[in-house]
Design a protein around this ligand. Structure first.
Ligand SMILES: Cc1ncc(COP(=O)(O)O)c(C=O)c1O
Ligand SMILES: [Zn+2]
Length: 413
């Protein structure tokens, strides 16, 4: 049984039935899932959650879709790892990494797609589709394949080849748009109206966005039902960031964790940082930008949830910050060499913003900090081609190897 009662306009509060709707007819505000929270909070307990599967569906009471094995690729319930080495480099004694690079299609998008795909099946929609900066395309294609639906993914034509292949292999029709994400998204919105397909992040967006709340639930449960002091996540449309925040709020309202709730830190790269810029200017009005960033997964110049991300940053005592483009690959390399995790550009952005704040002593060294690693580096290899590394070219014999190799000299005093 779902506690979903309908959709509600985020701006004016008008209520709508459970349907493939996303904009308010009254004020054009975005629609959100609306639950019977009183009934849910009376029903859900830590024990009821613990009885669930080791996937994001263990939190189905907080989700707007019914579980179905037809979309289940075992999404979510990813590791939360204590990061002693990276923590030491950054001067943070209680740093954790939420490793969502190990989801079935190697990004957190499997969470949102799993929830949206289940809804598409409930609504009997004929196909699954999306506008994507890369990771979403692969996840939509995989879940559509599992559900036995055709899929259509609208992407900017200049995406990383690995991201395009990661959608194509599952049988998706790849619509490569000669333009940026915001243009691909506009075309996809028109296609949603014309064909009636289930666009996970357009006409199914109110359901889709809810999947990201599971990133908060899992972290709290993995910490022993406790909220961290501070979390840091990348920001593109702002949906992930605002829903992580909402997830912690919901756990608090359901008495599953006590306060205080975490400070929310958002991370963007300088080549596409409209939300960080607005935060820095103390406004919630986002001025759209033309993205020019190596972090293509975060390259949304006109972010749909940007103003709500700024609200969450302010209310939680956090903030949204950017780092220079050359810090993206540095962040990826720092993460990989300290913790053995190869995150994508978005993780490079996250780690570099964390480093910037830690270096500036803006984070207390004893705080419990959780950094969300949302995508896998193998899909964005291009950006690390010039990162310094050690390589020895040798003929296949020991002599040749020893000629090239200068062993470290250990002086024993
Ligand atoms: C790896 C990764 N991290 C973070 C994000 C940001 O998500 P959102 O658009 O919900 O802000 C994306 C979006 O595509 C992504 O692919
Ligand atoms: Zn409205």
């Amino acid at each position: 049984m779902s506690f979903l009662r309908g959709l509600r306009c985020r701006e004016c509060g008008t209520l709508y039935p459970v349907d493939a709707l996303f904009v308010c007819d009254e004020c054009f505000g975005p629609l959100e899932a609306h639950y019977d929270e009183t009934a849910r909070n009376a029903h859900v307990t830590r024990a009821s959650i613990a009885q669930g599967p080791r996937t994001l569906w263990r939190y189905h009471d907080f989700l707007p879709s019914e579980y179905t094995p037809r979309v289940d690729l075992s999404d979510g319930w990813t590791p939360l790892i204590r990061a002693h080495n990276l923590g030491r480099e950054l001067g943070l004694r209680n740093l954790y990494l939420k490793n969502d690079t190990v989801n079935p299609t190697f990004s957190f998008k499997d969470r949102v797609v799993s929830v949206a795909a289940a809804k598409a099946l409930e609504f009997n929609l004929p196909a699954l589709a999306c506008a994507s900066t890369g990771n979403l395309a692969g996840s939509v294609a995989a879940h559509a394949a599992r559900a036995g639906l055709p899929s259509y993914v609208f992407i900017p034509a200049d995406l990383e080849p690995a991201k395009i292949q990661s959608a194509a292999i599952y049988g998706a029709t790849v619509v490569a748009v000669d333009g940026d994400y915001d243009q691909a998204n506009r075309l996809a919105t028109e296609a949603a109206e014309t064909y009636g397909w289930g666009f996970v992040n357009i006409n199914l967006r109110p359901y889709y966005a809810e999947g990201s709340k599971t990133l908060a639930y899992e972290v709290a449960e993995q910490l022993g039902w406790r909220a961290p002091d501070c979390v840091i996540a990348p920001v593109a449309s702002g949906a992930l960031y605002t829903k992580i925040n909402r997830g912690f709020e919901e756990l608090y309202e359901a008495n599953l964790i006590s306060g205080p709730l975490p400070k929310m830190i958002g991370a963007q790269a300088a080549g596409c940082a409209p939300v960080a810029t607005a935060f820095g200017k103390s406004t919630r009005e986002i001025v759209p930008v033309k993205p020019r960033s190596l972090a293509k997964s975060l390259a949304i110049g006109n972010p749909a949830d940007g103003r709500y991300a700024i609200d969450a940053a302010r209310k939680s005592g956090g903030g949204i910050f950017s780092i220079p483009e050359n810090a993206i690959a540095q962040g990826m390399a720092l993460l990989a060499r300290t913790e053995g995790i190869f995150g994508e550009t978005a993780s490079g952005v996250t780690v570099s913003v964390l480093k910037k704040l830690a270096d500036a002593r803006a984070i207390d060294p004893d705080e419990t900090v959780v950094a969300y690693l949302t995508g896998n580096g193998l899909k964005t290899r291009e950006v690390i081609e010039n990162v310094a590394h050690t390589r020895i070219d040798t003929a296949p014999n020991l002599e040749s190897f020893q000629e090239q190799f200068e062993p470290r000299v250990f002086v024993v005093a």
